[in-house]
Ligand binder design. Structure first.
Ligand SMILES: C[S@@+](CC[C@H](N)C(=O)[O-])C[C@H]1O[C@@H](n2cnc3c(N)ncnc32)[C@H](O)[C@@H]1O
Ligand code: SF4
Ligand code: SF4
Length: 330
């Protein structure tokens, strides 16, 4: 090979590395498996289909993850529901508080089956400890949805401390790190196009797809996935920890974000080549189809979405102020 050709090859390799390397500041979300298990085993989910120990992430591992995120000045999204039911962790409130106290600018969220939220005080308490958003999935029935809906509406009829997304059909205008949002999702229907969790469950969509899909996937580039042991894994499809990138308990986060195995996955995925372990069976990114929905909380929801809140509009106050009358003594 001539010197010029060698230079070309080296330049191409270095450009390739630049293209695949993730800048730590661009990391959008850290997803954490805060508990190893879930109390349910939904038909469309890998949970409960193979044995796992029932344990919460240790306080040492939680501390190490937070320390690493503190060190890099992480200020984006923390998801606490990776491949688990986050409310199974007995110290979940304290954990949320630790994240909030030490990473004050992050947006902390979780998704839950709601089983541990029969007492609505717990919802408020999670928010008081620093949770910004919870998505509660109603998997059972319209009755389950209606019961949750009533309980959440009763929490705060003015939309103050807890912002019930279904009631407003829009997000609050405050900075995300100050949100206290609850979303209730109706997931009890049928005919949805759901993902197959990289082959961990059978296909969950009406149409037939040919795998591997010829599609890119941004997951291993813009998110970091940490299992309950503290290991970084490929993505949220890796329920059996088949592609372990490294260990966040002993390695630095920036080294893990650009570990050789992740660079290799990114190289293939950017070329729309999913012919690798997990990706080869994964239908994520396929046609979206019918999805579980977020039904409106009550008949006034449409007006509120337009910025009108009849419950807050007090005609007597307006008439009094138009006539210049003083309010009655308390
Ligand atoms: C694995 S769950 C873990 C969190 C919690 N246990 C729950 O069910 O909300 C994470 C999210 O994936 C959704 N999910 C589960 N199976 C799915 C599938 N086959 N396709 C798409 N989303 C799915 C759940 O509704 C939930 O919002
Ligand atoms: S979807 Fe959520 S609630 Fe259902 S089995 Fe999976 S982790 Fe559990
Ligand atoms: S394509 Fe690969 S990296 Fe992307 S979600 Fe599926 S299994 Fe994970």
């Amino acid at each position: 090979m001539t010197c010029a050709a060698m230079d070309d090859t080296m330049k191409k390799e270095s450009d390739d590395l630049d293209r695949l390397t993730v800048n730590i500041a661009d990391l959008e979300q850290v997803e954490i498996q805060i508990a190893s298990w879930c109390n349910r085993s939904c038909s469309f989910c890998p949970s409960g289909k193979f044995p796992v120990p029932k344990t919460g992430m240790t306080s040492e591992t939680v501390d190490r993850i937070i320390s690493e995120l503190e060190r890099i000045g992480f200020s984006r999204t923390i998801g606490l529901h990776l491949m688990c039911e986050p409310l199974m962790h007995k110290n979940i409130q304290d954990i949320v508080k630790q994240f909030r106290d030490r990473l004050p600018n992050t947006f902390i969220r979780m998704e839950s089956n709601g089983d541990a939220l029969k007492n609505m005080d717990r919802l408020g308490s999670l928010m008081d400890h620093g949770l910004n958003e919870i998505l509660i999935n109603c998997y059972d029935s319209p009755e389950q949805f209606a019961t949750f809906n009533q309980k959440i509406l009763a929490l705060d009829p003015t939309g103050g401390p807890i912002w019930y997304w279904n009631q407003w059909q829009r997000n609050p205008a405050t900075p995300k790190k100050e949100w206290r949002v609850v979303k209730l999702r109706a997931f009890y229907g049928s005919g949805y196009s759901l993902k197959n969790w990289a082959g961990h469950v059978a296909t969950q969509r009406p149409e037939t797809l040919t795998l591997p899909l010829s599609l890119d996937c941004a997951r291993p580039s813009n998110r970091l996935h940490v299992n309950y042991l503290g290991q970084v894994i490929l993505c949220n499809m890796d329920w059996k920890f088949e592609v372990v990138v490294g260990d966040l308990r002993t390695q630095k986060i920036e080294d893990l974000c650009n570990a050789p195995i992740l660079l290799d996955y990114r190289r293939h995925l950017k070329a729309k080549d999913r012919n690798m372990p997990l990706c080869r069976q994964c239908d994520s990114g396929g046609p979206t189809g019918l999805q579980p929905s977020f039904p409106a909380a009550d008949p006034w929801t449409g007006l509120r979405a337009l910025g009108l809140d009849l419950k807050r509009w007090h005609p007597w106050k307006r008439i009094r102020s138009a006539l210049g009358l003083r309010p009655p003594p308390p």
